[in-house]
Design a protein around this ligand. Sequence first.
Ligand code: ADP
Ligand code: TMP
Ligand code: ASP
Length: 235
Amino acid sequence: MDKGTLITTGKAKSLYETNDSDYLILHYRDDTSAFDGKKVESLEGKGSINNRFNAFIMEFLEKEGIPTHFERLLSNTDSLVKKLEMVPVECVIRNVTAGSICKRLGLEEGKDLDPSTFEFFYKDDELGDPMINDYHIRSFGWATQDQIDKMQELTFAVNRSLQKLFSDSGMILVDYKLEFGSYKGDLLLGDEFTPDGCRVWDSETREKLDKDRFRQNLGDVVESYEIIAKKLGVI
Ligand code: ADP
Ligand code: TMP
Ligand code: ASP
């Protein structure tokens, strides 16, 4: 599959056309962003580890019955995916309190949530990705009720599969963000599942192994992503 014209450059990935209009190439860069693009650094090797990590998770999820955009790895930093019409909404599941929910609701970090909780955010960096509800999604035409139901159902199905995958490998899946899009009438999981878009702690030590290491200046960001990848058998 030939890499064609650059379509768009996001904060961490670049999208390229291919010679088939149904497919795109996602190029994972080393750029690392937090706080909606306010903190940005290039971390050597991050693009490569995330591309391979995402391929492993997407292939695992496909086997678990989750429809995804992922086709195949093209190189260490490039993947071929189906071109989706993205829903501009982020679906977040939290199994343990951390991050913005602690600030918003005045909670301590590290409390188990039973049941796990679900939140929608509107994908808009300039607005700081505000939290929204399903009424907003329908009123502003970002998705239909059927798509909303499907996004929630699939995000919880992903949680059931990944909570077990991580806990069997000695880690806690604290929370994560997913994005969906439509392809020929079907809703598919798009974008990525990598340590950039989730929180993962070591089960024994509760050490943070995800992008909070970058957000909180804890150091060893790529090394920690590699620790997660090794525990899961990605590398
Ligand atoms: P951000 O948009 O947060 O800066 P990235 O740098 O990761 O993030 O950019 C990737 C962009 O590509 C995002 O806007 C994402 O919604 C979009 N995207 C991901 N997968 C697909 C796909 N299969 N088809 C079309 N767009 C996609
Ligand atoms: P939050 O605690 O900042 O709301 O984030 C919850 C989880 O979702 C966390 O794992 C990070 C991820 N996330 C992103 O990757 N990008 C985003 O824009 C948002 C809002 C969350
Ligand atoms: N994903 C957002 C960003 O890249 C928010 C964050 O991770 O803090 O800026």
